[in-house]
Ligand binder design. Structure first.
Ligand SMILES: [Zn+2]
Length: 130
């Protein structure tokens, strides 16, 4: 399954698929990175910005483990963990964990982003130990 992204979110997923690097917005007015994508800067109000590559590294900021699977497409996978990662750039992204036992999840755990290319227009975020 892939997200049905539109607008700036579609650009975010397409850039990830095309470049194999996670990009976020950086304000040309004040230099602040931001995510999720939006038209103007919450810090200075500027609507001039650019997509910039991230270093794809950060720390777990929060997580949740889902045990109740409601979508039949995910029944075979069992419980899964979704994490919020604070990247070195200061923005937070959401991803699926790969290779991190649920009992090892903790705030501040160093992690790396790996992009899972699903189509020409979409790559999903996987999070692995760093
Ligand atoms: Zn700004």
């Amino acid at each position: 399954m892939v997200p049905m992204a539109v607008g700036l979110n579609a650009e975010y997923y397409r850039l990830a698929a095309e470049t194999a690097v996670l990009h976020v917005q950086r304000c040309d007015g004040c230099g602040a990175h931001r995510h999720p994508p939006r038209v103007s800067c919450a810090t200075c109000g500027s609507d001039v910005w650019a997509w910039v590559p991230t270093g794809m590294r950060g720390e777990i900021w929060s997580w949740t483990v889902t045990h109740r699977i409601t979508d039949p497409a995910f029944l075979a996978e069992g419980a899964f963990a979704i994490v919020v990662v604070e990247l070195a750039e200061g923005v937070r992204v959401v991803g699926n964990t790969i290779g991190i036992p649920h009992e090892d999840l903790r705030i501040g755990l160093p992690v790396r982003i790996v992009l899972d290319r699903r189509s020409d227009t979409t790559a999903l975020i996987d999070v692995v130990p760093d």
